[in-house]
Design a protein around this ligand. Structure first.
Ligand SMILES: CC(C)(COP(=O)(O)OP(=O)(O)OC[C@H]1O[C@@H](n2cnc3c(N)ncnc32)[C@H](O)[C@@H]1OP(=O)(O)O)[C@@H](O)C(=O)NCCC(=O)NCCS
Length: 201
């Protein structure tokens, strides 16, 4: 994404604006993403290392750290976006969605409610009896291409590419690449049909 890095608030109150979304207050450049989550009375946490584009709109109870979010994107309540995740411009990220490290979401993508991404296909809590650290596993990636829509309650496994303007039906589990303009549903996700042209119903 082309926007310049920008420092923003850490776990501070937000001012409600007319359309029900909230605007971040002034930045708090001294805190980092780890301390930000402990601030009292906070209802949204946007770490100073988050790179925000222009006019990004937030609901409440949001946790963002080390990620990028493009211009005019809207982020719903209870969304977490982890470090090294990228969200493009003019995207809608609905409430209760989890976007983990390794996920790239291009411009104009719709993400429904309670969508879960995955970045470790064989997770373990420990290695040799000790809690795993980042050194013990490798982040696996996912790409959602421009204009795609992900329905509510979808789980997208790692190492998958969702094609441009594809639509994933509610509740699907996506286990493999989805072609552009495909409509996919079920567990495992299967192509139901294709849109005839870009973005068409
Ligand atoms: C996938 C989807 C686009 C299909 O819509 P559609 O093309 O109009 O499909 P239909 O409703 O005609 O259903 C066709 C068949 O697929 C099944 N089906 C539809 N959606 C399904 C889904 N999400 N998962 C599994 N099966 C589904 C139907 O039961 C029907 O089966 P049948 O032929 O055995 O009766 C739509 O159902 C969907 O899930 N949209 C996403 C909605 C969403 O999550 N929005 C988020 C914001 S609120």
């Amino acid at each position: 994404m082309e926007h310049a890095p920008k420092r923003v608030l850490v776990c501070a109150d937000l001012d409600t604006v007319q359309d029900g979304t909230v605007e971040p207050p002034m930045p708090s450049p001294t805190e980092d993403s780890k301390t930000s989550t402990t601030a009292p009375n906070a209802f949204t946490c946007i770490a100073p290392d988050v790179r925000l584009g222009k006019n990004v709109k937030f609901s409440k109870f949001i946790n963002l750290y080390g990620c990028e979010v493009g211009d005019d994107t809207k982020i719903g309540a209870f969304v977490e976006i982890q470090k090294n995740a990228k969200v493009g411009k003019r995207c809608k990220i609905s409430s209760h969605t989890f976007i983990c490290e390794g996920v790239t979401i291009e411009d104009e993508v719709f993400i429904g409610h309670n969508v879960t991404f995955v970045n470790d296909m064989f997770p373990r809590a420990t290695t040799n009896g000790a809690l795993q650290t980042e050194a013990d596993w490798r982040v696996e990636t996912t790409l959602v291409k421009r204009g795609a829509s992900i329905g509510s309650g979808v789980t997208i496994l790692a190492n998958v590419v969702i094609g441009e303007y594809a639509l994933i039906g509610a509740g699907a589990v996506v286990t493999k690449d989805v072609p552009a303009h495909a409509v996919v549903s079920g567990n495992p996700g299967r192509v139901m049909r294709y849109f005839e042209s870009r973005g068409q119903q």
